[in-house]
Design a protein around this ligand. Structure first.
Ligand SMILES: [Zn+2]
Length: 437
């Protein structure tokens, strides 16, 4: 399995001459990009080669960029056009034509000295500078970049840099930002004999083995509802009469800000939790069991009717189950922990104690989020039941004649706060502690 990571490196402030040379390329590139993107949208062009073939001579005649920029700008334009056409199809495009903000220069292996990567200069104080050569109209100029810890980590761990680099400029500070993509191939791992399963919910993530169960309160649902209420208020303050006016520039910015803030906090929490979980699994030498998220999960979510249900489903969608699964999988691959996916269809309807099947919860049980078995009387937090059942679901397929062994369930249980995730190996410490009990 191949993993990729993007790393951003900031440059030192550049001399006026160097910055002018980059800006010159940047402005011309932006102009061409705008023109080509419009053209690609209008003519439904999805192949950059086609676009290049059509315009190459014209571009060379009108402009004076080093030729490889005409290759990359076509790719850039087609990528943007495709995204816009997709948005339009879904009815989410706000404008008739694609709007181009945030241009970055796309570089290929010729436009920067990819083959000589990484080249360093050392300052007098011992600090290293990463130097890359960039092709401009006045020839190749050298960009001094500030490498950081994470950058060296990827270099030292044998990740390879890809030829495609994106370059942004920060005009005020006469700097550039370089976006490098690293990739590395990881081996497929063999599944070990014991398992740790994970159940992802609106307000908590629960996981465990046959020995212990842990629940981390994440409050992602509350967080999402809070931010979506804030967003709604901003939107509603712009209802004029019966007609909805488009929010002004200022509120649009606010909306975006709150959307972004929600995303950042969620992603940050998910990443941390994923990392802690994988640390724990590595330490216990177990295979992680995750629910297989249906492929059309998002469509299913939006199609379901009913206001309350819609809200819950929206929340589920917004808390990003897909994203979390991906973080766990990626970390696991990196750490050498095997992962399996199981179909969670019955994970909340089987009694983990006696194996009774298709248990429909009554309203009271649903409200209290408790699982209660009408056959043997076993009762437990619903999310823990899901965790236990995910353990049973692999590697056996669930059939009525293969129930879990009766009375085999007696794990230790613990509920913890999300704050704890800030500490490295915190789940390892807790998990090991619980296992010894
Ligand atoms: Zn039972």
């Amino acid at each position: 399995m191949k993993l990729t990571r993007t790393i951003v490196l900031e440059s030192y402030p550049l001399t006026k001459r160097k910055f002018r040379a980059i800006k010159e390329v940047y402005d011309e590139y932006s102009e061409i990009l705008k023109f080509l993107t419009d053209y690609a949208v209008e003519n439904r062009i999805k192949n950059p080669l086609k676009l290049r073939k059509h315009f190459y001579d014209e571009l060379k005649e009108k402009h004076s960029l080093p030729t490889h920029y005409y290759y990359t700008v076509c790719q850039d334009a087609v990528t943007r056009a495709k995204k816009f056409i997709e948005l339009k199809k879904k009815g989410e495009a706000r404008t008739e034509k694609p709007v181009i903000r945030n241009v970055s220069l796309w570089l290929d292996d010729v436009l920067w000295d990819y083959k000589r990567f990484p080249q360093f200069n050392t300052l007098r104080n011992g600090r290293k500078i990463l130097v890359i050569g960039l092709t401009t109209k006045i020839g190749r100029i050298k960009l001094p970049l500030k490498p950081h810890k994470l950058f060296f980590k990827y270099i030292n761990e044998g990740w390879n840099v890809k030829a495609g680099v994106k370059l942004r400029i920060v005009e005020k500070e006469r700097k550039t930002l370089a976006y490098f993509v690293f990739e590395k191939e990881f081996d497929e791992l063999e599944v070990t004999g014991s398992f740790l399963s994970v159940d992802y919910n609106v307000d908590n993530v629960s996981f465990g083995t046959h020995e212990f169960l842990i629940q981390v309160g994440t409050d992602l649902g509350r967080l999402t509802r809070f931010y979506s209420d804030v967003r709604k208020n901003i939107q509603e303050s712009h209802l004029v009469g019966w007609k909805r006016k488009l929010p002004s520039g200022k509120s649009r910015k606010l909306l975006k800000k709150f959307g972004q803030r929600k995303m950042n906090r969620r992603v940050d929490l998910q990443r941390k939790l994923a990392k802690r979980l994988v640390e724990l699994a590595r330490e216990l030498n177990v295979t992680i069991v995750l629910e297989r998220v249906p492929k059309n999960f998002n469509q299913k979510v939006t199609k379901k009717r009913g206001k309350n249900e819609k809200r819950l489903r929206n929340t589920l969608h917004n808390i990003g189950m897909n994203g979390f699964q991906r973080f766990v999988l990626e970390k696991a691959v990196e750490f050498g922990v095997p992962v399996v996916f199981v179909n969670p269809s019955y994970s909340s309807q089987v009694c983990p104690h006696c194996g009774a099947f298709r248990i429909k919860p009554d309203d009271d049980a649903l409200r209290r989020r408790v699982f209660k078995c009408p056959v043997c009387g076993f009762s437990l937090d619903r999310d823990f039941v899901a965790v236990l059942n995910l353990l049973w679901l692999f590697p056996f397929s669930l059939k009525a004649d293969e129930p879990p062994v009766e009375g085999s369930v007696s794990p230790v249980m613990l509920v913890v706060e999300a704050n704890l995730l800030h500490h490295k190996n915190s789940l390892v410490v807790i998990g090991q502690g619980l296992q010894q009990k």
